[in-house]
Design a protein around this ligand. Structure first.
Ligand code: HEC
Ligand code: HEC
Ligand code: HEC
Ligand code: HEC
Ligand code: HEC
Ligand code: HEC
Length: 427
């Protein structure tokens, strides 16, 4: 029995050792990857409208997120600023007023942890920025940039070391257990001993084989583990992103710029995408809409001549020849699969959601790209978090009216419930 306590002692020592190593490396890895993860999200989702040190379309986030110490509020704001504004949260209402309702995107797909990581990254970066000696160059920024990837390497090395230690310890434990088994054999009763003797030769052969494998196993195991981790994370990542086209930005047949028309010239989205307010589809404007201006604006431009050619318009005679007309093939960017039904007017008109909340800062895009993932998760998260404003909303007034009728036992037709609205039956 002494050997058992020996094993136990040895085992607990090894466990302590491993735990210590694991804990140490994990805390290093965690502290670093939080900010690094936050940085990645910040750069992909926020930099279109925010800078850390100065104001862009939205406030400078460094000072803003440092002064605002209520993380719960920040998380709520970033996940769904609309809900806070609708609920009349005084901080939210104040900031919207300050920015004239420029409007921030809803990030329903970000988890609480994601947002916390962004906050950590912004605060850390801003702190580093402020602590930089006056007149210092961009070096501090550079170290912040390279920091995380170095730590990731450290973390990986730590994991590799731990893997080796685990294997070594397991080997020793197996060895000790075998020794104990051999010792205990002497204590076995006679008949059991006899039975065992029969199998002994077989066991010996197998044991030799196993120990051989065990020795090689260090290598095999190690390669297997690293291979599995690499393949697994790659597979996981690509599976999750199948059919997600965030960032899709095809080249369009005419170099039409939203930055110029919707941004600099401030043409309302409704001027060209009026469908978004009254139907399922936002729709792309016909070239006749462009002609309202381009009949006289930039008439010598090659790009504008593409509009003329497509309409069969001759700028010299100012006449249209419909036999020469051919449609412009705009490349569609946003595209839900047919199995999902999405209605713009329900969101824009009834829900009062701004285009930018789903399409991002279109007014700053030279060429439009897909801003949101358009995944089911994205839809659902926003539905879970957005409060509906039923007051003074014609859509809900009609539902409430029907509700009252049903309650009173009056006759209610499908038409009263919206059954003759075109969009309910037609795509
Ligand atoms: C489409 C542009 C846009 C994008 C993208 C955007 N913001 Fe904003 N943000 C704004 C505007 C504009 C405001 C000012 C308030 C308003 O008008 O809604 C703002 C305000 C804020 C505030 C201040 C809230 C307060 O109460 O003081 C925080 C914090 C913030 N944004 C964080 C983020 C983070 C984090 C991201 C990326 C995940 C992000 N924003 C992406 C435009 C944007
Ligand atoms: C002067 C007309 C005009 C105005 C104003 C305009 N757009 Fe567009 N929009 C277009 C045209 C033309 C296209 C197709 C070419 C392209 O994708 O750039 C388009 C494409 C888009 C697309 C991509 C559609 C797709 O293929 O999935 C989105 C999203 C969009 N607009 C949103 C907006 C928003 C939001 C505003 C207001 C901030 C706006 N647009 C203002 C003309 C306009
Ligand atoms: C409200 C007036 C207006 C409408 C509507 C309009 N544009 Fe423009 N567009 C302008 C002005 C103004 C300019 C810039 C002139 C300048 O750069 O001096 C311009 C510039 C352009 C240019 C750049 C031309 C060049 O060579 O620099 C293109 C391309 C263009 N528009 C395409 C379109 C298309 C396509 C539509 C329809 C979807 C459209 N525009 C609708 C006013 C308009
Ligand atoms: C709640 C999110 C949301 C809002 C708000 C929203 N869109 Fe969309 N938009 C989408 C989705 C999702 C699609 C893809 C629809 C599809 O493929 O059936 C889309 C597609 C489009 C298209 C491509 C053509 C079409 O009709 O499908 C245009 C253009 C467009 N949106 C413009 C706008 C404009 C302009 C606004 C603001 C008035 C707006 N959107 C508001 C989610 C939104
Ligand atoms: C920015 C937040 C947001 C996103 C993103 C969003 N929705 Fe919505 N959606 C709303 C709100 C708010 C309403 C309620 C509008 C109202 O008051 O009727 C709504 C209502 C709807 C309704 C009507 C529900 C009913 O019973 O009346 C459908 C259907 C719908 N959304 C589909 C979608 C789909 C599909 C997507 C993703 C492609 C999507 N939504 C993305 C906010 C969002
Ligand atoms: C209760 C469902 C329903 C509603 C509401 C509805 N429709 Fe229809 N609509 C249909 C069906 C089903 C068809 C196809 C059978 C047919 O052609 O009669 C159709 C056909 C059509 C067609 C002919 C399409 C073609 O290619 O032949 C047009 C145009 C049309 N509807 C327009 C409208 C308009 C505009 C509204 C709103 C005022 C509307 N519909 C409301 C169900 C509906």
């Amino acid at each position: 029995m002494r050997s058992f306590s020996l094993i136990l002692k040895q085992f607990s020592r090894s466990v302590l050792l491993i735990a210590g190593f694991a804990f140490g490396s994990l805390s290093i890895a965690n502290a670093q990857t939080d900010a690094a993860k936050g940085e990645a999200i910040f750069k992909s989702k926020c930099t279109a409208c925010h800078k850390i040190e100065s104001q862009l379309i939205g406030p400078a986030l460094g000072p803003q997120m440092t002064e605002e110490t209520d993380d719960k509020y920040l998380i709520k704001w970033i996940q769904n600023n609309q809900a806070l504004i609708a609920a009349g949260n005084p901080k939210a209402v104040a900031i919207v007023k300050k920015f004239n309702g420029a409007g921030m995107t809803v990030f329903a797909d970000l988890s609480d942890a994601d947002v916390s990581n962004i906050i950590t990254y912004v605060r850390d970066t801003w702190k580093a920025e402020k602590d930089k000696p006056a007149g210092g160059d961009a070096k501090a920024g550079a170290t912040v940039e390279s920091g995380p990837s170095e730590m990731v390497v450290f973390g990986l090395i730590a994991i590799i070391i731990i893997a080796f230690i685990v294997i070594l310890v397991l080997n020793r434990v197996v060895g000790s257990l075998e020794r104990v088994l051999l010792k205990n054999k002497d204590l076995l009763v006679e008949d059991e001993l006899a039975a065992e003797a029969a199998g002994a030769a077989a066991i010996d052969a197998r044991k030799a084989f196993i120990t051989k494998i065990l020795k090689n196993k260090k290598l095999v195991f190690f390669i297997l583990v690293s291979g599995t981790i690499a393949m697994g994370s790659w597979g996981w990542e690509s599976l999750w992103n199948t059919n997600v086209h965030t960032g899709y930005q095809p080249v369009q047949p005419i170099k039409y710029s939203h930055e110029l028309h919707a941004g600099v010239m401030k043409i309302d989205c409704q001027y060209c995408h009026s469908g978004a307010y009254k139907s399922k589809n936002a729709s792309i404007p016909s070239l006749n809409v462009c002609m309202n201006c381009h009949k006289v604006v930039k008439t010598e431009s090659e790009e504008i001549h593409k509009i003329y050619d497509a309409l069969g318009y001759d700028p010299k005679t100012q006449k249209y020849d419909s036999t020469m007309a051919k449609p412009i093939q705009w490349v569609r960017i946003h595209n839900l699969p047919d199995l999902a039904y999405f209605n713009h007017s329900q969101h824009v008109k009834v829900g009062g959601i701004k285009c930018q909340q789903c399409h991002g800062p279109v007014q700053t895009m030279k060429e439009v790209y897909q801003y949101s993932p358009l995944t089911m998760k994205w839809c659902i998260q926003c539905h879970k978090r957005t409060e509906v404003n039923g007051k003074g909303n014609a859509y809900y007034d009609s539902i409430l009216a029907a509700h009252d009728k049903i309650k009173k036992g009056e006759k209610v037709t499908a038409a009263v419930l919206g059954g003759i609205e075109c969009g309910k039956c037609h795509y």
